[in-house]
Design a protein around this ligand. Sequence first.
Ligand code: GAP
Length: 459
Amino acid sequence: MTNTQTMDKIVALAKRRGFFYPGSDLYGGLANTYDYGPMGTELLRNIKNLWWDSFVTKRADMVGLDASIVSHHRIWEASGHVATFADAMVDCKNCRTRLRADHLIEDATGKNVEGLPLEELDMIIEENNIKCPNCGKHEWTKVRKFNLLFPIQLGLVEGEGGSAYLRGETAQGMFINFQNVLNSTRVKLPFGIGQIGKSFRNEITPGNSIFRTIEFEQGEIEYFFDEKKTDWEALFNSWKESMWEFVTKKLGVRAENLRWRAHTDEERSFYSKKTEDLEYQFPFGFKELWGLAYRTNYDLSQHQEFSKKDLTVTDPQTGEKTLPHVIEPAVGINRLMLTVLADAYTEEENRTVLKLSPRLSPVKAAVFPLLANKPELTDKAREVFKMVQNNISGKVQWDDRGNIGKRYLAQDEIGTPYSITIDFQTLEDNAVTVRDRDSAQQERVSITDLVSYLHQKLV
Ligand code: GAP
């Protein structure tokens, strides 16, 4: 099976089983948008809850934030997004396909050219005689910059007063609320602010399904510290460890499919002292999953200058003022979802299984009466269903459609760890058959022990 086939199969399963569908599907679709179905919604929620729990709830040095998506144009002028948040694009003059120049070159030559000047990209396209992947011609416009921010006009206010942007990253919400958080809570340096929320980018290139979309969710942290008192390299490494642990231990992604990649000088932002990406080996190659950047105090100093407000922190002991530096771990929640789906996707001789960590599974257990038309079985199965539903955390699914084999296959494809069948023997011995998703092995478990059995297994 080729990598493209694998990706196609994951996308087909996602649609077939309700993880995600093309956006605006009923009207022929809208490029680079997706809608998340019943299973996808549960999976996203489980990922977000784990992220929030690990990085905000369970850390004494972190607090949460939920800033507005619609935001003042000055924020994005100060942050540099209005001037520089742009992709290098090139158009095919023959078939009018518009592509990201770095992606075109990378696909044709395997070289990473992110951050190179436009003229150099033109030269590489020429020298390598790169052809349009759509029509096969080599008839390109010059490479041009295309800004990714979505400007919006508010209400009836004309001109500057009504001009705003949909946020292009959640990060700026943390910077512009830095003083608010400092003044309204008991935090002191070093501390971090974490946020999960939607961001919007006018991405042109159709990505690999939900890998790159125009509307997506980010989980970002700005970790503020006094650079005179903190060893930033040690802090950077401790965040690397936390990110690695989250992906491998909490999400259960296989370590052999992950690697770190340091940004080259060309691709690193001028204000960043160090940036590394945690990359995952998707079916279409190793790509950025989670970025980690030491951004110095660039953002706070820009907002201080543009807003003319003092954003410094005063040391209570020495009275010394400092403008904190930040280390920023920034991940896409939807990209985490694609990662866990790709990592869990398994084809076996007679079935396709999503071997998701039970923590992530959209449905934790399914309950089936062996036959749907036997009230003695369905009554008992309803009793078991209610008991399980009331006593384990997460979704429990009832299924009495089709035969047991089909029900197992459906649960395997959504990654349900345990399927419980109530049969005629249950009415005699008060025990059920529990089938394990990964091994497909079945065992009899007494109904009295069922909840504690599931508690032990679903950790
Ligand atoms: N504040 C820094 C920042 O936003 P980024 O590398 O542009 O950095 C962070 O984005 C993460 O957000 C990426 O590592 C990726 O997981 C996710 N991401 C970025 N653009 C995305 C898009 N168009 N669609 C889905 N996820 C995206």
